[in-house]
Design a binder for this molecule. Structure first.
Ligand code: NBG
Length: 910
């Protein structure tokens, strides 16, 4: 295997090799070690250097100082004008201040507290503004609670003082005085500088109080858990149940995550490396507790601490629900990728949507699938941190107008709707490193900046209801992983998360850079499938319309920052957005896409001549009954790399799906075969196997470097190893058998072979073929002589997976499976020789239970249809046999493990 192939250029950035000095959590890792991720033809994986030092528990003052000293204090000016002609009922308040995130919220909150009505506001940005940073000048037109201009001097003084305190403040904490109307005050904390002597004393003091990481010995952990029982969960220390204990436990883990996470942010802010931004509409994270404590290296300490308190770690871990913000392979890959990026010390960020309803719960009634909403936030989510101050306005609809600017014209988008995006941060800890990266998910909230009109027209109830509608943008995950129907809400979701993420990314860039030509040196944007590809038009819009770069300069930047991974081979899986829809929702973006397409087609004509068939196939705009934008074409044209997810997939992209593009730009096409993290799929889900592997390898280093598993080959013939492995499997099968009995009432024998097919239900994945095979097996057993039956290996066939709610054939396959199961399982003549179980509500945590207990697993997609597949790797690393077609990543698995270790169907793609 080529060394280059093992780098993590699936995230196709010119590689930044971060030389971090995070203290390692394990004392012994002074040597460079590598971590698991994806490769090409091997199920193994990139290497990143980790310079582990000794076990250090103190937090670095240098970096803390660094972060504090970067905050500069700027004096805001506030002018009050009651002579303005515009509206005799309002008082104009002009605020000029250094722009910062959340400032607008602070100001509007002050108005609310003082009982003032905000009638309208205008804003200007002054780039050369005070303190070297960007300044904003905002005029707020306010009236008192009766709708009148505020005339009395005392009130005006009070408003002015409250605003100055809130915007610029004079001390550490500034109280905004309580108004008579609310009777409440708020405390606005101001970022401190290191300016005065008094301040530096304060910083020393604060640092002195916080210079140690939380301790992780059992009694410290016990104290922390009980504190959270009492102060966070608000239960008595003497009476709390398993769920409450889980909540307290989770909060104590979260405290430890937050420490590392803060230090990671400070570290990267100081180092300012090129950052990887992974944009994905879906992340299938599953549970976080076990994964977090394992990556933090404190699982055993927690288990001991809990035991003394009378709780079992495993039992509490079972209390956690899955975070199911995704459908299938693509979404779980995103989750594995985050774990690997953190472990490999990459300065990476994941961006996505915080759906209120994750993937539907599947309930089986009379053999049929029924969908129920998954309101996963019902009982709170300790793994996220709501960042009320990290919010951005996202615009929709409206019109585009021409405006005179610097002797020329420029486009101005006047939106018709504005929604606020609020950040929810999920810290993702790496294993054996302090690097803890961020998965930032956006939730939609009504914007404070609109709708003043409707409130003032007196229809209060309707105004509130209309505002609530904004929240629907992030309310529900689309449950179809393969077809896109050009729905407005889906497009809104895409733009919403793209716009908020880019505002955040650009804000971070501008914190320390002023020249956009440096943007490609600092920012890599990875498009996870076409779902975030509006980001391309959005970056152009921001650079041209808001930052006033000329078109060609902006285009030069865009061409260097995007890379695109596609996860499908099926043409119907490629998104198209009807032009009418895009025009109404994002009028400026449509213009930009047209302009990109125009330039590109002109260039293309020069290269390929007037081959109109080919030009029309390659165009970003598809003419036809419904004129549409081909999102994949947009992504390919504007990305520097187009990534496939296995070798076979890449070949199909080059020779079929994107053939025209490959012939034009062969250098853009690359592939990185998918991978899965062994931390989740062995260490978390199969702890006994994990212990066995560490024992036989004599090291735990394989948890970061999966290639080391090959060391087990030396012991391949060792009967003691076989025996231990068998015991591990047996225990896992017992666990699975108990689960099957508990949820379906079917008793299965652990002496039978467990034959498993778990994945989304699709025709191409051929669950139907499996079921037909089971019917055939049943028929054979029924027709066998009694004596022959003794030769049959008893088998428990297990099938699990969800069908998209609108996918009729897939739903019928589920019904068929349950009908066949009903027949076979109730036939006393067959007994334990054959059982069929449909496991309902397949999700990440069900997979964690099923995979370690499987003897045989099926991956039998019609060859040429599975882009990669990752389930095969999860079963394989748990020592399970694969029954597979030569498709997707299986082809590379066969090469890796050798044909003699593989039962595969050679009806391969031709
Ligand atoms: C899936 C493919 C799989 C592949 C994963 C991850 C979607 C839309 N596609 O074969 O079907 O392993 O993506 O790349 O989930």
């Amino acid at each position: 295997m080529q060394q280059e192939d093992r780098k993590m250029s699936a995230i196709s950035v010119p590689l930044y090799q971060p030389k971090l000095t995070f203290p390692s959590t394990t004392a012994a890792s002074a040597a460079p070690s590598s971590a698991f991720f994806v490769s090409t033809n091997k199920l193994s994986f990139s290497t990143a250097l980790l310079y582990g030092t000794s076990h250090v528990t103190s937090r670095t003052l240098a970096s803390t100082n660094q972060s504090l000293s970067t905050t500069t204090t700027t004096t805001a000016t506030i002018e009050i004008n009651n002579n303005g002609p515009s509206d005799p009922h309002t008082t104009a308040i002009v605020i000029r201040a250094r722009n910062r995130i959340g400032l607008l919220q602070v100001i509007t909150r002050v108005f609310k507290i003082l009982g003032l009505l905000l009638v309208k506001a205008t804003v200007e940005i002054d780039e050369g503004g005070g303190g070297g940073g960007e300044c904003f000048i905002k005029t707020f037109y306010v009236s008192d609670s009766h709708g009148n201009r505020i005339e009395d001097d005392h009130s005006l003084e009070k408003i002015k003082k409250a605003l100055i305190d809130a915007v610029d403040g004079g001390g550490g904490e500034v109280k905004v005085g309580s108004s008579s109307s609310t009777g409440k005050g708020v405390v606005v904390r101001r970022g401190g500088g290191l300016g005065g002597g008094e301040t530096s004393v304060r910083v020393e003091r604060m640092f002195g109080l916080m210079d140690r990481f939380l301790k992780s010995d059992p009694s410290s952990l016990q104290k922390d858990i009980l504190d959270h029982v009492e102060y966070t969960v608000a239960r008595s220390r003497f009476s709390f149940d398993d769920f409450e204990a889980y909540q307290a436990l989770a909060h104590s883990v979260r405290d430890r995550l937050i420490e590392r996470w803060h230090d990671t942010q400070i570290h990267f802010k100081k180092k300012d490396p090129k950052r990887i931004y992974f944009l994905s509409l879906e992340f299938l994270m599953g549970r976080s507790l076990s994964n977090s404590v394992i990556n933090l290296g404190i699982r055993d300490q927690y288990a001991d601490a809990l035991k003394e308190l009378g709780f079992e770690f495993e039992v509490l871990a079972e209390q956690e629900g899955d975070a199911a913000l995704g459908n299938g392979g693509l979404a779980r890959l995103s989750a594995c990728q985050m774990d690997s990026l953190a472990t490999m010390d990459y300065p990476a960020w994941g961006y996505g949507l915080r759906y209120q309803y994750g993937l539907f719960r599947q309930v089986i009634l009379d053999g049929y699938q029924h969908e129920q909403p998954d309101y996963w936030l019902n009982f709170g989510n300790p793994w996220e941190i709501e960042r009320v101050h990290v919010t951005y306005p996202v615009k929709f609809y409206g019109t585009v107008e021409d405006e005179n600017f610097n002797g020329g014209k420029r486009k101005v988008w006047l939106p018709g709707e504005m929604v606020e995006a609020v950040a929810y941060d999920n810290p993702i800890p790496g294993h054996g490193t302090r690097n803890t990266i961020t998965l930032r998910l956006w939730a939609a909230k009504p914007s404070d900046q609109i709708d003043m009109e409707s409130f003032n027209t007196g229809d209060y109830i309707n105004a509130v209801v209309n505002r609530q509608r904004a929240e629907t943008i992030s309310s529900v995950l689309y449950p179809d992983d393969r077809s896109y129907q050009g729905k407005e809400l889906r497009l809104k979701q895409q733009y919403f998360f793209v716009s908020a993420s880019l505002q955040d990314i650009i804000r971070r860039f501008k914190d320390s850079h002023s020249n956009f030509d440096d943007f490609p040196e600092k920012v890599a944007l990875q498009l996870n499938d076409t779902h975030p590809s509006l980001a391309i038009a959005e970056v152009m819009r921001v650079l041209v319309d808001e930052e006033h770069l000329d078109w060609n300069r902006a285009w030069g930047i865009v061409c260097k920052i995007f890379s695109f991974t596609t996860h499908t081979v099926l043409p119907e899986g490629l998104e198209k957005v009807p032009v009418d829809l895009l025009e109404s929702l994002l009028p400026r973006h449509l213009q930009i896409i047209y302009d990109i397409n125009f330039d590109y087609i002109e260039e293309l004509k020069k290269k390929i001549g007037l081959d109109y068939d080919r030009l029309s196939r390659m165009s970003i705009v598809e003419d036809g009954a419904v004129k549409s934008i081909r999102m994949a074409n947009l992504a390919i044209v504007c990305s520097h790399t187009v990534n496939g997810v296995s070798r076979v997939h890449s070949e199909l992209l080059k020779t079929r799906v994107f053939k025209d593009f490959y012939e034009l730009w062969p250098h853009k096409f690359d592939y990185k075969t998918n991978g899965v993290t062994q931390r989740r799929w062995i260490v978390v889900s199969n702890p006994s196997l994990s212990a066995l592997i560490s024992k036989w390898l004599g090291t735990e280093a394989w948890i970061r470097d999966v290639d080391l598993l090959a060391g087990l080959q030396e012991q391949a013939a060792n009967v003691d190893l076989h025996e231990e492995w068998r015991m591990v499997r047996k225990v896992n099968k017992m666990r699975l058998a108990e689960y099957i009995e508990a949820m379906s009432g079917i008793k299965v024998s652990v002496n039978a072979m467990f034959d498993v097919q778990i994945k989304r239900i699709h025709e191409y994945k051929r669950q139907l073929l499996n079921i037909l095979g089971i019917i055939h097996r049943y028929d054979c057993i029924k027709n066998m002589e009694k004596s022959d039956r003794t030769k049959v290996v008893p088998r428990v066939c297990i099938i699990g997976g969800k069908a998209a709610p609108g996918y009729e054939i897939a739903k019928k396959i589920i019904k068929l499976c349950n009908a066949v199961a009903e027949k076979i399982n109730n036939d006393p003549d067959v007994g334990d020789l054959l059982k069929l179980v449909f496991i309902p509500d397949y999700n990440v945590s069900v997979a964690e239970l099923v995979i370690p207990g499987a003897d045989l697993s099926q991956h039998i997609s019609t060859a040429g249809h599975e882009a990669s597949g990752t389930g095969n790797m999860k079963f394989l690393m748990n020592g399970c046999l694969l029954l597979a077609t030569e498709d997707g990543s299986t082809v590379e698995i066969i090469e890796e493990i050798g044909e003699d270790n593989m039962e595969f169907e050679r009806s391969r793609l031709k």
